[in-house]
Design a binder for this molecule. Structure first.
Ligand code: ADP
Ligand code: UVW
Ligand code: MG
Length: 374
């Protein structure tokens, strides 16, 4: 047995999996929500693992993998955690204030609990280090951009990379021959254009705010709105941050943060929820069209994460209007809920439309092993 603990410390949650990397069997997993102190949450997690699974008594991880959201340009692959790496992650916190501080707290708690095993950080941004300058450069004064490290970094890379590999496996094709658009639709959401296994464009930007409509984040908007609000309504930077990161997206449009609730409300006839669903799908279609153009061809569109894997309604709202791009949906296949990787496009379609459950924790554990074995 080769047990590896994977910790995904979010802004307010801690997700974990203990995986035996000989068989890739999940020995224990869990989610602690509304976490304010990651040290306390970590201790709670260890108790849960010990209490829930008597067979795990005495089993201790041989290494710990950590999701870190922002790696800036410093990290293009999984990295063994050292004091210097911790300092760098800390310095990147200003670019990801919702995510990096929690990630760091989780790493520190894990090192205190398991001081004698290697800890490896796996960065959301790493997969997007392949972006070309034309896609990662914002068209602003280059001196300002360079001084303040302003560029597109992109996020959810661990998920996009895992899902792209699973897509190739599922289609029985070589990843190096495929053009894929992955739609990671969770609480945070992003699209990614993947050519030959490399990320060539992605919708999140310098921070995880840009791009698609999310649970509580606005995604794309005219940046002049910020100047306008600060001038006419005295919004401070912190108030703008709160508005766009926590009070926008689905919650701003409907009062509801969870896609399940928005769907139910729309079905019950609430016009705000119906409009929110239309905006949500419209933005996704906008990116699918753009990425189709950038990729210069398309083999698969893949839905993943909480909304992508579970909402047949959202998938239909995205795909059905895109018939002119060769995208089709088989209604009965789309209606199936649960299960693993599956095709939901019609028979003989030029482009495969797939649902592929993501597994960031397994991907983190695999990358950890690659680093330690290298
Ligand atoms: N059956 C479902 N129908 C629609 N949305 C769902 C369903 N199940 C889960 N979701 C949505 O998935 C989102 C969470 O996705 P997840 O990938 O777990 O996000 P995160 O990892 O960012 O917390 C929630 O907003 C929830 O609305
Ligand atoms: C980067 C990001 O938005 O992550 P999450 O979806 O977990 O919030
Ligand atoms: Mg997630």
């Amino acid at each position: 047995m080769k047990p590896i603990l994977v910790v995904n410390s979010g802004s307010s949650s801690l997700k974990y999996q203990l995986i035996d990397m000989v068989t890739e069997e999940v020995l224990a997993h869990g989610l602690l929500e509304r976490v304010s102190d990651h040290g306390v949450a970590f201790a709670q997690m260890l108790k849960e693992i010990a209490a829930g699974e008597p067979r795990l008594e005495g089993i201790s991880p041989v290494a710990v993998g950590h999701r870190v959201v922002h790696g800036g340009t410093a990290f293009s692959q999984a990295t063994v955690v050292t004091d210097q790496v911790l300092t760098q992650i800390h310095e990147l916190a200003s670019l990801a204030p919702l995510h990096n501080p929690g990630n760091l707290a989780g790493i520190e708690a894990a090192i205190a609990a398991f001081p004698d095993v290697p800890h490896v950080a796996v960065f959301d941004t790493a997969f997007h280090q392949s972006l070309a300058p034309a896609s990662y450069t914002y068209a602003i004064d280059t001196a300002v951009a360079s001084k303040h490290h302003i560029r597109r970094y992109g996020f959810h890379g661990t998920s996009h990379s895992y899902v792209a590999s699973r897509t190739a496996e599922f289609l029985g094709r070589d990843l190096a021959d495929l053009k894929i658009i992955v739609l990671h639709l969770g609480n945070g959401a992003s699209a990614c254009a993947i050519d030959c296994g490399r990320s060539i464009e992605t919708s999140m930007g310098m921070t995880p705010l840009e791009g698609l409509v999310m649970g509580s984040r606005s995604g794309d908007l005219d940046p002049a709105i910020l100047m306008y609000l600060s001038r006419v309504a005295d919004y401070t930077p912190d108030q703008l941050d709160l508005l766009l990161n926590r009070e926008s997206g689905l919650v701003g449009l409907t009062g509801l943060n969870d896609m399940r609730d928005v769907s139910l409300a729309a079905t019950a006839g609430d016009p705000r929820s119906t409009l929110a669903l239309e905006i949500y799908a419209h933005r996704i279609r906008h990116y699918v069209g753009a990425y189709f153009a950038l990729l210069g061809g398309l083999d698969a569109v893949v839905f993943t994460a909480g909304v992508g894997e579970n909402s047949a309604d959202v998938r239909a709202r995205v795909i059905v209007p895109l018939a002119h791009l060769g995208l089709t949906l088989d209604e009965s296949r789309n209606a199936v809920s649960g299960g693993g990787a599956r095709k939901i496009s019609g028979e003989g379609a030029a482009v495969s439309v797939l649902v592929i459950p993501t597994n960031e924790e397994l991907e983190i554990a695999r990358q950890l092993l690659d680093v330690l074995e290298a």
